[in-house]
Design a protein around this ligand. Structure first.
Ligand code: GUN
Length: 303
């Protein structure tokens, strides 16, 4: 059995960000200003801090302005509401992202619903969720990780995914549900499997494309994969790695890569798969938001 081809998410993300940087030059020429992304981080969760730092760095690399608001973990909800209102009202801010999870005393749904839909570069606001469901891609801002997953599947299989069976494992609002909508829009037959699904292994084994987004390290085994299938691993789980030394950790996906790589046709690694794509698509959404807000025609069609 030959091994799966590894889908190089880092390289594909770099191609997307190069394209955005080039298109951004047109935007700057047209408007005399750069798109601006505001990222809000509450608390000091180390993983969230790394994601937020990478988002800011990439924004600057493609030529955007990047503002980061880092607030203490005990910030009252009312302060966050005030900040979001200020960012909503500031015409110089084109995109707003509140890093999740938020501390338990803050109502995340309330905060997400407060973000102006046209600045909601995560695509989590109910208006954007509805537009995605209705297939209104010209107006919607699309969640970044699911959009990145579709691009990675297309990088392996070509642009036409029509008729392929995509099984998405996980039903979160951030990944599973929007991924189902996006693969449906690509004319896939879509199944959403989750913790209550019966005979989940048999369901996954019918998939031409598997999208694993459950947050359980190495849950999906090679024996669950149909030979030759394309595996998109959305999971980013930090686990103990005593083989690297005491107290050391490493990142693994939701797929047991070691067993899946000898069955799949294509597979994304963790790290270096979906992760970089999420950030690249955030940049695409920020440029799209800025173009729409300022009446600048934009060419980016990342999907
Ligand atoms: N936390 C984990 N993934 C995400 C994401 O895509 N956006 C935000 N805002 N927070 C996250």
């Amino acid at each position: 059995m030959t091994e799966a081809t590894i889908i190089d998410g880092k390289a594909i993300a770099a191609r997307v960000t190069d394209k955005i940087a080039a298109q951004n030059e047109g935007y700057v020429h047209e408007t005399g200003t750069s798109p601006c992304l505001a990222v809000v981080l509450v608390g000091e969760d180390p993983a969230s801090a790394v994601y937020v730092r990478n988002k800011g760095r990439t924004a600057e690399k493609v030529g955007f302005k990047s503002i980061q608001h880092t607030l203490p973990i005990d910030t009252p909800e009312s302060d966050i509401i005030t900040l979001i209102n200020t960012l909503n009202d500031d015409p110089a801010v084109n995109g707003i992202l509140v890093q999740l999870p938020l501390p338990a005393h803050i109502d995340a749904t309330r905060i997400i619903e407060l973000i102006a839909p046209e600045k909601d570069v995560d695509g989590f606001h109910p208006i954007n969720v509805g537009r995605l469901g209705a297939g209104d891609f010209d107006k919607a801002l699309i969640p970044c990780t699911p959009a990145g997953s579709v691009i990675l599947a297309k990088s392996a299989l070509g642009d036409n995914l029509s008729g392929l069976h995509t099984v998405i494992i996980g039903r979160s609002n951030i990944v599973g549900k929007p991924a189902a909508q996006l693969f449906l829009a690509e004319n896939c037959t879509v199944t959403i499997a989750h913790s209550r699904t019966r005979d989940i292994e048999d369901v996954v084994r019918r998939a031409d494309i598997v999208v694993a987004a459950v947050g359980r390290p190495k849950m999906v085994k090679g024996a669950w994969i149909k030979p030759g299938a394309t595996v998109i691993d959305v999971g980013i789980n930090r686990i103990a790695a005593p083989e690297k030394g005491e107290g050391k950790t490493r990142l693994v996906g939701d797929v047991d890569f070691a067993s899946a790589v000898s069955v799949a046709g294509y597979i994304t690694p963790v790290p270096g798969g979906v992760g970089p794509m999420t950030i690249a698509l955030l940049m695409a959404n920020t440029l799209a938001a800025a173009c729409r807000q300022n009446g600048v025609p934009h060419l980016i069609k990342p999907l």
